[in-house]
Design a protein around this ligand. Structure first.
Ligand code: 5GP
Ligand code: MN
Length: 322
C-alpha cells in the first residue's frame, strides 16, 4: 500500500542514500524499462550515484528510450548499495541473475502493482489497483517532490501505455487518465512516442507473427486459443523470442476466446508461458499452478517440459475454470 509510513520511509531512504541501484525484472517490458529509467534519471537529477541495472537483453522495441544506454550488466563484485529500488517485480526470483543485489543492498524498496507481489522489500509500495508501475512511480515522484522533466514524463507515458494495452485494460480508471493528463504538462509528445512504440515492427517480426498465428489451435468450444512458437520458427524467420510480442494479445482479441496462451520454446525442455484472459479465468491463479504469476488478466510462468506437454498441462489447468 502507498501508506504514509512506506512513502515516508522511502523519502528518508532516498534522502540518506548516496549510491542507489534501480532494477526490474528479466524479459523486460515497457512498464519495467520506462519505470526504471524514469526513477533512475530522477534520482540522478537529485545528484545521487545511480546504477542502472540491466536485467536482460533489451528488446529492440525499447532501444529508442532515452537513457537506455545507461543500463549496465553487473555482477557480485559490485560495491555495496545503500538503496535498491526493485520495480515492477512481483517476487525476488523475477530479478533472475541480479538476485544477489538483494544481499548487497542495505535497504530494499519494492515498488510494484502485481497482485501476486510477495512484499519482499524493507519498504513495500505495492498497489495492484493501479494500472502500471509507471503510474505508481509518477505518484511517488510527485509526493516526494522529486525531479520530473519532459524525458521522465515521456518514460512514464511509455510505462503506462504499454502496460495498459494502450489504455484499454481493466485496471484503467479516471485517475489513470488524470495522471496521463499531468504528463502532458511536462510537454510530452505522445504522437511521436506512440509512433516509436507501435509503428516500427520489423518485417521479420511480421513474418514470424504470420507464421505463428497461422498455426493457432482452439480448445473447449474455442474458449482457449493457443499459439506455440518453436525455435525452428525463429530460425526460419531470423527472429528471436522478443519478436513474439503482440501475438498473445492477438489471440485474446478473438471473440470466443476467454484464455489466450502463447508458449515459447526457450529450449527443448524449457517453455515460457504467456497467458491473457477475459472474464472467466484468473490468469494469476493458473500461472501460480506453474510457479509463475502476474495479474488477474495477464500472467506468465516457465515450465520444464516439451512444447506439446506444456500445452496439454496449461490447457488442462485452464479447463478447471471454464
Ligand atoms: P508476459 O506474458 O508479458 O511475459 O507477462 C505478463 C505478466 O506476468 C507481467 O506482468 C509479468 O511481470 C508477469 N510474469 C511473466 N512471467 C512471470 C513469471 O515467470 N513469474 C511471475 N511471478 N510473473 C510473471
Ligand atoms: Mn507492470
Amino acid at each position: 500500500m502507498m501508506t504514509k509510513s512506506n512513502v515516508e520511509f522511502l523519502r528518508e531512504a532516498i534522502k540518506n542514500c548516496k549510491r542507489v541501484a534501480v532494477v526490474s525484472h528479466k524479459s523486460p517490458d515497457g512498464d519495467n524499462l520506462g519505470s526504471l529509467l524514469a526513477m533512475a534519471l530522477s534520482l540522478e537529477k537529485m545528484g545521487k550515484d545511480v546504477v542502472y541495472v540491466k536485467a536482460d537483453i533489451i528488446p529492440e522495441d525499447y532501444e529508442f528510450l532515452p537513457g537506455i544506454e545507461k543500463l549496465e550488466t553487473i555482477d557480485d563484485s559490485i560495491d555495496e548499495i545503500d538503496l535498491l529500488m526493485v520495480l515492477d517485480s512481483s517476487d525476488e526470483d523475477r530479478l533472475g541473475e541480479n538476485k544477489f543485489l538483494l544481499e548487497k543492498s542495505k535497504i530494499i524498496a519494492n515498488i510494484d502493482h502485481h497482485v501476486s507481489n510477495t512484499q519482499f522489500g524493507d519498504i513495500n509500495i505495492v498497489l495492484p489497483d493501479l494500472s502500471s508501475t509507471g503510474e505508481i512511480l509518477f505518484n511517488i515522484l510527485v509526493e516526494l517532490e522529486m525531479p520530473i522533466d519532459n524525458i521522465i514524463a515521456s518514460l512514464i507515458y511509455v510505462a503506462m501505455s504499454t502496460d495498459t494495452g494502450r489504455f484499454t485494460y481493466q485496471g484503467v480508471t479516471g485517475s489513470t487518465h488524470e495522471t496521463v493528463a499531468k504528463l502532458y504538462d511536462y510537454g510530452i509528445d505522445s504522437y511521436s512516442i506512440n509512433r516509436s512504440l507501435y509503428q516500427r515492427r520489423s518485417l521479420a517480426r511480421t513474418k514470424l507473427f504470420v507464421k505463428a498465428v497461422s498455426q493457432i489451435v482452439f480448445y473447449n468450444n474455442n474458449k482457449i486459443g493457443v499459439v506455440k512458437v518453436s525455435k525452428k520458427m525463429l530460425d526460419e524467420t531470423e527472429t528471436s523470442m522478443d519478436d513474439t510480442d503482440g501475438i498473445v494479445e492477438f489471440i485474446r482479441d478473438t471473440e470466443s476466446v476467454e484464455a489466450a496462451c502463447l508458449l515459447k520454446e526457450i529450449n527443448e525442455s524449457i517453455i515460457k508461458i504467456s497467458l491473457r484472459t477475459k472474464n472467466e479465468v484468473d490468469a494469476n491463479k493458473v500461472c501460480q499452478a506453474f510457479s509463475g504469476g502476474g495479474h488477474n488478466r495477464a500472467s506468465g510462468a516457465t515450465v520444464e517440459d516439451s512444447l506439446d506437454n506444456a500445452e496439454k498441462r496449461l490447457v488442462a489447468e485452464i479447463n478447471k475454470y471454464l
